[in-house]
Design a protein around this ligand. Sequence first.
Ligand code: NDP
Length: 277
Amino acid sequence: MTQPSLDQYCVFGNPIAHSRSPFIHHAFAEQTSQNIDYQKRFVALDNFSKAVTEFINQEGKGANITVPFKEEALVLADELSERAALAGAVNTLTFKNGKIYGDNTDGEGLVQDLIRNKVTLAKSRILLLGAGGAAKGVLLPLLSQAPQSIAIANRTVSKAEGLCQHFNDERIYACSFKEVADKEFDLIINATSASLAGDLPAISHTVINNDVTCYDMVYAKDKTPFLKWAKKHGAASTIDGLGMLVGQAAVSFSIWRGVSPETLPVIDELRASFEKE
Ligand code: NDP
């Protein structure tokens, strides 16, 4: 009997060696009995569109896109979801009927992870630290959860102001790190890359109280500097971005396969694999 052929997916990036996406998607496939294969593809910086075309010619069905190609993927797509268009970046491509569809599942991955962690978003006062690609990508999904307000604080304040203009929603306002010191929030999301360099965004610890939830989009084996700092100053709970990573993959998987996998077992498996490294 001939084996059924596997539908092919991949993640394009540069660098890509560190990517956990193949592990995550294979775990989803096993869990939901889907016949797929998912590989990492390293792409030279000037070769992204050619690499995508090659993959389509090899009958690839879909791809995740990571740093630094998310904006190029946006340009390459024939059709975009509203959230991808507003985010100005695409992390999920679907190849169907001779067309390339672009979506951005990062924000939905974050929202689903917050909900899984029982964080109340409706009517909440959110502080979003950072105004880069990740911050931009999560704004529409966060707004769709009906928060009371979202303050965007960034080291370079003009970038936060630019995001406010782009989204043009009265619930969003921009401020400096200094200006948040005397404000109260229910949820603080660190969407800066400071943790990657072992740094903290320069905000006052007075924003931390024993009702606030702190979320860092960065994940690591040990608590990130931001989460350690938040815990030290008494935050109610501290959550890292591993669930967001698995969550965005789950949304991509359901776009491609029409089934929504469970994220928790895969988050647990990944966390356990970190412990062994
Ligand atoms: P960008 O490079 O687009 O933006 C970086 C942001 O971090 C900017 O706002 C920058 O401020 C700020 N920043 C960097 N260093 C510092 C510092 N020392 N102090 C204060 N602010 C700082 O990156 P992205 O937006 O794409 O990514 C941000 C983070 O989110 C990354 O660490 C990434 O790994 C993570 N991420 C996690 C995901 C997940 O699934 N868990 C998904 C997507 C992203 P300024 O404008 O002033 O330079």
